[in-house]
Ligand binder design. Structure first.
Ligand SMILES: Cc1cc2nc3c(=O)[nH]c(=O)nc-3n(C[C@H](O)[C@H](O)[C@H](O)COP(=O)(O)O)c2cc1C
Length: 209
């Protein structure tokens, strides 16, 4: 099993979303020591904003790319190769200023590539990254899940679904800025929800055998 862990907290490993995701990943590795973990830390190695020049590199035919365009395309290819290799994608997802971290948006802009991760068909776009599972650890200072102010859940489901990743689970830790008591309860219940995913996974594995 290969796990791709995407960290998008600006605090890198110190972020609450990173820590919840780290704990989840550590449990998967403990259960399957052969599991391979790829970490893409967007705070330590930010993906640049998509510009017209960078986008043009994706559109240019490989043999017609300039050396600069080859570099941009190779960078995007490497990000996509990590996604292709992954059976499970674990995403740490803070909320910053009412949306997803801009580093994650820049990453998404570099992996949504026609002909590589999706293609257009007569029936609309078709995601090419099928057979994968995503687990999202969403951390927030306020409380928004299930309300119109949750700008992240539907966006992530839509974006990942566009790439063909339709099996997506969310674990929320909300109210983290509402005092220490609420923060601790919220983190504890997120940890329980995370462990429940392990149990559900094991039950699925037993059912398939
Ligand atoms: C720059 C910044 C902007 C934030 N904006 C919001 C926000 O709009 N809504 C919210 O509920 N929490 C907001 N928060 C609180 C974070 O969502 C919360 O601290 C969460 O734990 C961040 O995840 P992280 O610890 O993994 O970085 C913000 C925090 C920072 C640092």
């Amino acid at each position: 099993m290969t796990i791709l862990q995407i960290k998008s907290s600006l605090f890198s490993t110190g972020g609450q979303s990173s820590q919840l995701a780290d704990e989840y990943v550590a449990r998967q590795v403990a259960a399957d020591p052969d599991a391979e973990v790829i970490v893409r830390d967007l705070a330590l190695n930010p993906v640049p904003h998509l510009t017209a020049e960078r986008f043009q590199s994706f559109l240019a035919k490989p043999e017609a790319r300039t050396p600069a365009q080859q570099e941009v395309a190779a960078f995007s290819d490497a990000l996509i190769a990590e996604l292709r290799a992954a059976d499970t994608i674990v995403i740490g997802l803070p909320m910053y200023n009412f949306g997803v971290p801009s580093t994650l948006k820049a990453y998404f802009d570099h992996v949504a590539r026609a002909g590589e991760t999706f293609r257009y068909t007569e029936k609309g776009p078709l995601g090419l990254l099928t057979g994968k599972r995503a687990i999202v650890f969403a951390t927030r200072g306020g409380v928004y899940a299930g309300t119109p102010l949750d700008t992240e859940t539907e966006y992530l489901k839509t974006f990942l679904g566009f790439l063909g990743i339709t099996d997506v689970e969310f674990v929320y830790a909300e109210g983290l800025a509402r005092g220490d008591a609420i923060k601790q309860v919220s983190l504890a219940s997120a940890r329980i929800a995370s462990q429940r995913l392990d149990l559900a996974q094991r039950a699925d594995a037993v059912a398939m055998h």
